[in-house]
Design a protein around this ligand. Structure first.
Ligand code: HEM
Length: 753
């Protein structure tokens, strides 16, 4: 096989195996499951496993001790043309148990049955206790060299390319929960550096609910479903969450980030990432600085609207996962710049009066600009979700020389927690030997034995000092690039369970965040609090949270109180005098729209040449066109991706109308709740719904030819962000420009300034 051309190999294999490929609709949009269209008939000619899809990657084929094997990645998958047992013996039947006669009982002797069922019975492992729902991708990080002055970490030296694996996640939901719930998102990156693995285990919000890791079980127990009924799933709109955050007021800052649009990202590709804690960097000369890590997405920071998030939760619970994989498959590789905010490493560990050890505080970018140090590109999807995304294990203690921790008490507890949980989740102490976790640096530890030991250690002396193994392994000295724990001076102090006084300020930065929002973002925050508190049963909890809001901002408090039908309390602390940070707002800039989905409504009367041209233009712009029509198959020669029955506006970032399709035979307004009431006898009601929703969610809409009639009937013609023209290409050009701002923000009148 020519593994450099997997798609061709697949096609040849399938065609040779089946004689004829029946799938005439070449899947030129991403998402088809196999690497080739399947034949209609079950294949009967033995052949090797089909190669993976072109965009799929896999962990490096290193040994458990980090050595390169030179073995192709494909060797980790199934081999050969014939079905075998786990031990490689060929099987002639896997459809029938071994029985005493065709109608007789099953024999205990059936080792194939027992192996197959036993293995299946043990396929599941415990899901992560938090961040259970996630999606991962492979990529590469290239350093700019701009961090060389502050750190000796080799992977940050100019031009160094480091393979990475990234896992994005939600926090609260179970592994099968929906992607678009309101929650914080995890953004964990494993850099396989030559000097040992570096894990940057970040979130899409720069602050955390708690200041001390000892409170982690409390906030998670409060956020997870109620323990009696185990509801609600994957969300914070319930009494226990608000009970905790209204009492434990250091959680208020992170809570407002969750209530803001950051809690419902449009895509993993449009999220920022934050290391949250302050880290310490050490350069070649041993000098140190304090830093905060930031990931800045190339596409900008964008969110869903709340209604979109809710609809998608039902229509496509895998929305973010699908978006990530589809973007990579279509070549719109997600990119971020890694940046650092740099602070002098002073004994006070503060900057501009902000305590750098308090993980509920940010340092506004206006005070300490984020300096770009490298670029991350995700360019391969996992070949196997379980092997890679589920088994990957991140840990803050995975640090290369040049990066060290600080005394942030949240960080310190995390240093314990990850390794501890992974011992159970991954079934023993040897999970660093699982392919996705294998370091790319030489491993020469003295850890031995344990469940699932993959390494075959040589020697007889796994202890130090030894003479029996010639003294190996030796501790590395300064010139051999050892990781050195920075000798930070710790002030003499009594042993106490206490926090510094600076940790008592729970409101000033929440107000800073609130005042930094544009009116439309403030409006969304108000609606989010009103919704979430409105779902609580107990009035005391709502009143207590209103008190917290009063301490943040009176307008916010009054508006939420009005929605809840409760009086707005007066603040119990003076409102903080703060300087807003415009960098925190997501609105008001222009961004590329790579990998976005454009729905194009067509019917047989549409100008299909024009539609073809628009499809090409959409692809050329790095986006994906999805044709929406009354039925599947083709319209003219063009393949249809969504029908009026299977598509929904929330899948699209923009909608183009190349026709005004008449009601299709399956448009049954009285029976199809999606069709709504019969408002038009000339346009399919689901097309009208599509346009109305797209308009309500402030998406760009364009129409040409008969499409303009749909705009008229939907009552949106001539409104902001709705363009018409004579030709599709011209209309798409205008729509593309509108998409740069993410939404047509004028369509959201705000009740606050
Ligand atoms: C700044 C605060 C925190 C951030 C940014 C953060 C981030 C993350 C992320 C991104 C993951 C998912 C990793 C993956 O994709 O596999 C995760 C998992 C986890 N976190 Fe945190 N976390 C924070 C605080 C904490 C604290 C305070 C604790 C405990 C004391 C904790 C315990 C855990 C555990 C047990 C997991 C599951 C790990 C696994 O099963 O592999 N986290 N966290």
């Amino acid at each position: 096989m020519d593994s450099s051309k997997p798609a061709k190999v697949v096609k040849d294999v399938v065609e040779a195996a089946a004689g004829k490929v029946t799938d005439v609709l070449t899947p030129d949009v991403p998402g088809a499951p196999g690497s080739a269209p399947p034949p209609f008939d079950e294949p009967t000619t033995p052949h090797g496993p089909l190669p993976p899809k072109e965009e799929q990657g896999a962990p490096d084929t290193r040994t458990p001790t980090g050595a390169e094997t030179g073995v192709p990645k494909i060797a980790k998958g199934q081999q050969g043309a014939f079905l075998t047992t786990a031990n490689g013996a060929r099987l002639r039947d896997t459809d029938h148990s071994l029985k005493a006669g065709p109608r007789g009982p099953v024999l205990l002797q059936d080792h194939h049955l027992r192996e197959k069922i036993t293995h299946f019975d043990h396929e599941r492992i415990p899901e992560r206790v938090v961040h259970a729902r996630g999606a991962g991708a492979h990529g590469v990080f290239v350093a700019y060299g701009t961090a060389e002055e502050v750190t000796r970490a080799g992977f940050l030296k100019k031009g160094t390319e480091t393979p990475v694996f990234v896992r994005f996640s939600t926090v609260l939901g179970s592994r099968g929960s929906a992607d678009t719930v309101r929650d914080t998102r995890g953004f964990a990156t494993k850099f396989y550096t030559d000097e040992g693995t570096f894990d940057l285990v970040a979130n899409n919000m720069p602050v955390f609910f708690i200041q001390d890791a000892i409170k982690f079980p409390d906030i998670i127990h409060a956020g997870k479903p109620h323990p009696d009924r185990e509801i609600p799933q994957a969300q914070s709109a319930h009494d226990t969450f608000w009970d905790f955050v209204s009492l434990h007021t250091e959680a208020q800052h992170h809570t407002m980030w969750n209530m803001s649009d950051r809690g419902i990202p449009r895509s993993y590709r449009t999220m920022e990432g934050f290391g949250v804690h302050t880290f310490r960097l050490v350069n070649e000369a041993g000098a140190t600085v304090l830093v905060k890590f930031h990931w800045k997405p190339k596409l900008g920071v964008h969110s869903l609207t709340w209604e979109e998030a809710q609809l998608i939760g039902g229509i496509d619970p895998d929305f973010h996962r699908r978006d990530l994989y589809d973007a990579i498959e279509s070549g719109a590789y997600p990119e971020w710049e890694l940046g650092i905010q740099v602070f002098p490493d002073t004994p006070e560990e503060t900057f501009a009066g902000i305590d750098l050890l308090d993980p509920t505080k940010i340092v506004p970018e206006e005070l300490a600009p984020v300096q770009a140090v490298g670029r991350l590109t995700l360019n391969r999807t996992p070949r196997n979700f379980f092997a890679e995304t589920e088994q990957v294990a991140f840990h803050l203690g995975h640090l290369p020389p040049g990066i060290d921790v600080t005394n942030d008490p949240l960080l310190q507890g995390r240093l314990f927690s990850y390794l501890d949980t992974q011992l159970t989740r991954l079934g023993g102490p040897n999970f660093t030997q699982i392919p996705i976790n294998r370091p790319h640096a030489e491993v020469n530890d003295m850890l031995r034995d344990g469940f699932h030991q993959h390494a075959v250690h040589a020697g007889v002396a796994p202890y130090r000092p030894n003479s029996l193994d010639g003294g190996n392994p030796f501790p590395a000295g300064d010139r051999e690039n050892a990781f050195v724990d920075t000798p930070v001076t710790v002030a003499e102090a009594p042993k106490v369970r206490a926090a510094p006084a600076s940790f008592d300020d729970h409101y000033s930065q929440v107000r800073l965040f609130w005042l930094s929002m544009s009116p439309v973002e403030k409006e969304h925050i108000i609606r989010a609090y009103t919704f979430e508190l409105g779902k609580c049963y107990h009035q005391a909890i709502k009143e207590r949270q209103l008190q917290c809001l009063a301490n943040i901002d009176p307008v916010l408090c009054e508006q939420v109180a009005t929605g809840l039908g409760l009086p707005a309390p007066k603040p119990t602390v003076p409102l903080a005098e703060v300087q807003p940070s415009p960098a925190l707002s997501q609105v008001g800039r222009e961004w590329p729209a790579d990998g976005r989905m454009v729905g194009i409504v067509v019917d047989a009367d549409s100008d299909l040449d024009g539609v073809s041209e628009v499809r090409r233009a959409v692809f050329a712009a790095g986006m994906v066109p999805l044709l929406v029509a009354a039925h599947g198959g083709t319209v003219g020669d063009l393949p249809v991706q969504r029908t009026f029955a299977t598509g929904r506006s929330v899948e699209f970032d923009a909608v183009l109308l190349a026709g005004a399709p008449a009601p299709a035979p399956d448009a049954l307004p009285a029976r199809d709740d999606k069709a709504g009431a019969a408002r038009s006898t000339t346009v399919d009601p689901r097309v009208l719904l599509l346009v109305e929703e797209a308009w309500r969610h402030a998406k760009a809409i364009g129409a040409w030819g008969a499409g303009a009639e749909v705009l008229r009937q939907a009552g949106v013609a001539g409104t902001p962000g709705v363009v018409t023209g004579d030709a599709g290409a011209e209309v798409f050009g205008a729509v593309q420009q509108l998409m740069g701002a993410h939404r047509v923000w004028e369509r959201f009148p705000a009740s606050v300034s």
